[in-house]
Design a protein around this ligand. Structure first.
Ligand SMILES: Nc1ncnc2c1ncn2[C@@H]1O[C@H](COP(=O)(O)OP(=O)(O)OP(=O)(O)O)[C@@H](O)[C@H]1O
Length: 279
């Protein structure tokens, strides 16, 4: 008997390719409790998004399976809302309408128009976007777009919130601000969250547990670390906190000592490749 709310068991993923394909994930086993905030961290290309896409139902694992609240995941569904790094707002709809479209789809049969309107406004207020309800995505900043994406995901009342580097495209200040907002909202609502990140500080600051992935091919979970820091967490106070720094150190040591990624140095004539760095 498991208390897991989200459970990945023996998940393998091999993408088709020459010589039997490209084995990306091998034996991913992970149980996430209800209300838990779990981050996935690992070097670029190890397979983090593949894990998240399998949980979202956007990809089907080659073997193994995913359960959410004891139901098998076979396809995308409103019980799993995803926020991607680059917002996925519909450009011809306003801020309000972008949330409305999701809310209407899920709650049209069960909530009145007035209830749905209140719910849309409530979720946009939660991410501090009440002042821009009638603006189009092209008329708001990148951070604001991510807020709307988060409001839309939360408004779906998903069982699991899946965040794929949700702050990755933001400048440092906006990023910190939005991280704090997601921390506050998660502590209010008790969402179960799986977040992908490249940022060691973000992982420690936000998570209850950090799941560290080995390098591919055939990446798997190398280490899982509890973050035993009380909530609410204050980023400024934590900078001096021994436990915080120990957690940070643990992840850095995993990434840069145990899973050091050796990149081939490209010849000078080759076109420059922009590799995303971890942290
Ligand atoms: N649809 C696909 N078809 C074939 N190969 C894929 C597909 N999606 C991902 N891959 C491959 O799987 C591997 C893992 O990719 P994935 O995007 O999951 O890694 P990641 O850890 O999220 O990377 P990053 O941190 O750079 O976003 C890569 O080698 C990638 O090329």
């Amino acid at each position: 008997m498991t208390h897991a709310y989200l459970s990945l068991s023996r998940v393998d993923m091999t993408f088709p390719g020459p010589n039997g394909g490209n084995p990306v994930l091998k034996h991913i086993d992970l149980d996430v409790k209800r209300g838990e905030f779990v981050s996935l961290i690992g070097h670029s290309g190890c397979g983090k998004s593949t894990v998240l896409n399998i949980v979202a139902g956007l990809l089907k694992a080659s073997s193994g399976g995913v359960l959410v609240d004891n139901r098998e995941v076979n396809a995308p569904g409103p019980d799993r809302a995803v926020v991607f790094q680059n917002h996925s707002l519909l450009p011809w709809l306003t801020v309000y309408q972008n949330v409305q479209i999701a809310v209407d789809k899920i709650f049209k049969g069960t909530r009145s128009a007035a209830e749905r309107r209140d719910w849309i406004l409530h979720n946009l207020a939660m991410v501090n976007m009440s002042h821009a309800l009638d603006r189009l995505p092209s008329q708001i900043s990148g951070g604001m777009k991510q807020r709307v994406g988060i409001a839309r995901a939360l408004a779906m009342e998903p069982k699991v919130l899946l965040l794929d580097e949700p702050f990755g495209a933001l400048d440092a200040l906006t990023r910190a601000h939005l991280q704090d907002e997601v921390i506050r909202i998660q502590s209010e609502l008790g969402n179960t969250v799986m977040m992908i990140t490249h940022d060691v500080d973000e992982a420690v600051l936000m998570s209850d547990r950090v799941v560290m992935m080995t390098n591919g091919p055939a990446a798997t979970i190398g280490q899982v670390m509890d973050v035993p820091l009380a909530r609410p967490r204050n980023r400024i106070a934590l900078a001096e906190d021994k436990v915080y720094n120990h957690c940070r150190q643990e992840i850095l040591s995993f990434l840069y000592e145990k899973q050091r990624k050796v990149e081939a140095i490209a010849p000078r004539s080759a076109p420059a490749r922009r590799e995303r760095a971890v942290a």
